[in-house]
Write a protein that binds this ligand. Structure first.
Ligand code: NDP
Ligand code: GDR
Length: 338
């Protein structure tokens, strides 16, 4: 039985990845941050919470990392833990650097020292591309991160490559474009929209307040992307791969797709800071811009080219953007409680 360690197992990707690994017959150890209570709601929702062995873990603490890696010879280590919300990284830039940057080398160095045969996956991100230099973006596109989150992830990305080249570790980096699901955190824009519109569709006519509606993202389904992570670690040679759908969509259009799925009929008006969408049936404002949600620096356009993953890994995203928005909106509508 193969043994896998998943950091960030309580998060969106950690939950889907743990499910996939369990289905493939792995023994899954889930590294979990001990807060005032253990947060395993997503794992419970997927029905796998009792199938995982949990270990206390924080990427900012080298001692628990060393003990964990020294104590078990994992076949595969997936490093998904991170301060993952870009917006918060301007408020906690040093924490983002510590966890998303230095945390990666803490883990890699323990692997190099105690279990150099283990295969390692690093959760890199399209946020590293930042300022638009080329479209579509692939593994060769120059990096220009636009947030403390992105800057820290660039360190994590290159230290993974460096440990592969310096010490021969089987360390791969997945440069993943945005991926969403009904398990997405409620602070991210897609889930904020689907939760807000589901509440609206149930008759609670509170507008959803958003920031920049013009930013474009290449959104896929998280379930498809964790399959890509696993495929990377099954290759003979470690490498870096972009995972993306190759379709980019403005935030405004994601709103419209989610609204359609809930039978809301939105009429947009205004521009920039005064833009809003009124639901024609109720006559109430469903969406409005609040500049408070603008970011100090924005990533305007992400559009990925996953040709390498398609050809070398045989990876294909299966869920398109309309289907994804509908899946999330309907899930939030069905789960809605007053
Ligand atoms: P989530 O925010 O859903 O999950 C993040 C996980 O990291 C949570 O389990 C969280 O634990 C854990 N975590 C946070 N800080 C620490 C810490 N200091 N020590 C240990 N664990 C910690 O993110 P996603 O599942 O969406 O993303 C997974 C990874 O992929 C992240 O690294 C993210 O940056 C990256 N990524 C995500 C993309 C996406 O579109 N989803 C795209 C590209 C990259 P807790 O429950 O305690 O908060
Ligand atoms: P992102 O995702 O920053 O791309 O990072 P997020 O959903 O937070 O923002 C996407 C875009 O939407 C715009 N936006 C808003 N965003 C939020 N959160 N809330 C709002 O009200 C709002 N209004 C407009 C943002 O300005 C931005 O342009 C995600 C995370 O999962 C990262 O961990 C991951 O690395 C990247 O995706 C790829």
């Amino acid at each position: 039985m193969k043994k896998a360690l998943v950091t960030g197992v309580s998060g969106q990707d950690g939950s889907y990845l743990a499910k996939l690994l369990l289905e493939k017959g792995y023994k899954v150890t889930g590294a979990i941050r001990r807060n005032s209570q253990i947060e395993i709601a997503r794992l419970q929702k997927l029905g796998i919470a009792d199938d995982i062995e949990y270990v206390d873990f924080d990427l900012s603490e080298v001692n628990n990392i060393t003990r964990l890696i020294r104590g078990t010879a994992f076949d595969e280590v997936y490093n998904l833990a991170a301060q993952s919300f870009v917006g918060s990284s301007w408020e906690q830039p040093i924490y983002a650097a510590d966890v998303n940057g230095l945390g990666v080398v803490r883990l890699l160095d323990a692997i190099r020292t105690f279990t150099p045969e283990a295969r390692f996956y690093q959760a890199s991100t399209s946020e590293m591309f930042g300022l638009v230099r080329a479209v579509p973006q692939n593994e060769e596109t120059p990096l220009y991160p636009r947030s403390p989150y992105g800057v820290a992830k660039v360190y994590g990305h290159f230290i993974t490559i460096n440990y592969r080249e310096s010490f021969g570790l089987h360390a791969s980096s997945g440069i993943l474009f945005n991926h969403e699901s009904p398990l997405r955190g409620s602070e991210f824009v897609t889930r904020k929209i689907t939760l807000g519109l589901a509440r609206f569709a149930h008759g609670q006519h509170v507008p959803v307040e958003l920031g920049n509606l013009n930013a474009k993202r290449d959104w896929g389904f998280a379930g498809d992307y964790v399959d890509g992570m696993w495929r990377m670690l099954q290759q003979d040679k470690a490498d870096d791969y972009v995972l993306a759908t190759g379709v980019t969509t403005p935030i405004r259009d994601f709103v419209s797709f989610a609204a359609e799925a809930l039978d809301l009929d939105l009429e947009w008006s205004g521009a920039e800071e005064t833009e809003q969408a009124v639901d024609r049936k109720s006559g109430k404002v469903a969406i409005k811009v609040n500049p408070k949600f603008y970011r100090p620096a924005e990533v305007d356009l992400l559009l990925g080219d996953a040709t390498k993953a398609r050809t070398k890994l045989g990876w294909e995203p299966k869920v398109g953007i309309r289907e994804l928005a509908g899946m999330m909106a309907r899930s939030d509508y069905d789960d809605w409680r007053v």
